[in-house]
Design a protein. Structure first.
Length: 336
């Protein structure tokens, strides 16, 4: 007999039944009575809250949900979280959403309905994910990295200062003497994209520079998108001499395609990326970038999910970590 059948009989979600039976969730008396009755009627064997070896609590199982692993930033973050989980004694399972709302909903539903999952670390999020929101409402301990979940309580969040980082990167290009600065941005529905765009716009304004809307390009954080922006950059009436790219992997596409379009980086086009992926150090020229605090994000996420599992009713935590500008060779003063 599965816990799903118990939840259906009790008319609650699987995650609610699971967390109630494991002592991780307080429910209304009538709800508790329905779950207890369903357990008896279906002869469901409740998993003990403590292990047999001396009564110690079982090692938590944490689900890590990421948009993709092809992007080296998410791969590095997953690796760091895996290492932190091993050190903390937690087991880790990974789900990949592909940045698709339908897949996100399926992954969230699977995690929420799996009895052995104790908590979730969610990296990025589609604007609408009702199943994730329902899992949170049902008491699933969730820590969100990178994006925000609006109108929820009891969800811990760790983000980086995307606004401040983008401002710093754009201001740096302006300080080098660039006046035509483009911005290759991410998907418009992401809060990280909007924050980086605001930082770019404010830095341009404070430097006394005009934003050419034709030089603000939105698309997925991929090498292909970065490379595909060249016709728009070079075809502008006044081409830019510098570009702030909201993702290193898109910046890799920019550097890779520059020669095909007759441009030399950084002499013809200075480039600053964002994320600090390792491949940036191997490019020629090496990529100037905003370094993400990946280790701090990973360790902080595990720390918060452990705390939320142990104390579901604890105060909500929101952290905002800085991005660090790492200056290398891909951005120099304009040469003409």
């Amino acid at each position: 007999m599965t816990l799903t059948r118990v939840a259906q009989r009790a008319q609650v979600s699987t995650s609610t039944a699971s967390r109630y039976l494991r002592g991780q969730l307080k429910v209304q008396p009538e709800t508790a009575a329905r779950i207890d009755a369903a357990v008896r009627e279906l002869h469901y064997e409740v998993r003990p809250a403590a292990a047999a070896d001396g009564g110690r609590e079982h090692a938590p199982v944490v689900a890590l949900v990421v948009p993709e692993l092809a992007n080296p930033f998410f791969a590095a973050l997953a690796d760091e979280i895996s290492t932190a989980a091993a050190v903390s004694g937690a087991s880790l399972v990974i789900g990949v959403t592909g940045r698709q709302a339908q897949r996100e909903a399926k992954v969230s539903d699977l995690v929420a309905s799996t009895e052995d999952i104790d908590g979730m670390i969610y990296v990025g999020m589609h604007r609408e994910n009702p199943r994730l929101l329902q899992a949170i409402a049902d008491g699933l301990p969730v820590v969100v990295l990178d994006e925000e979940i609006a109108n929820t309580t009891g969800v811990d969040t760790i983000r980086v200062d995307n606004y401040g980082g983008a401002y710093q990167a754009t201001a740096y290009l302006a300080q080098l003497g660039h006046r035509r600065i483009a911005h290759i941005a991410g998907p418009e529905e992401l809060s990280t994209t909007r924050d980086r765009l605001r930082g770019y716009r404010d830095a341009m304004e404070h430097a006394g520079l005009e934003v050419d809307e034709d030089l603000v390009l939105h698309g997925p954080y991929t090498e292909q998108f970065g490379a595909s922006t060249f016709p728009y950059l070079t075809g502008a009436a006044q081409p830019p001499t510098a570009v702030f790219v909201g993702s290193d992997i898109a910046a890799v596409g920019v550097l890779g395609a520059a020669e095909l379009h007759g441009l030399s980086i950084p002499d013809d086009l200075s480039v600053v990326g964002c994320d600090g992926i390792r491949v940036g150090e191997w490019l020629r020229p090496k990529l100037t970038t905003l370094q993400q605090p990946v280790t701090e994000l990973a360790r902080g996420a595990l720390e918060l999910v452990h705390a939320r599992i142990a104390n579901p009713g604890g105060s909500t935590v929101r952290r905002n970590l800085p991005l660090q500008l790492v200056i290398r060779g891909s951005a120099v003063p304009p040469q003409h």
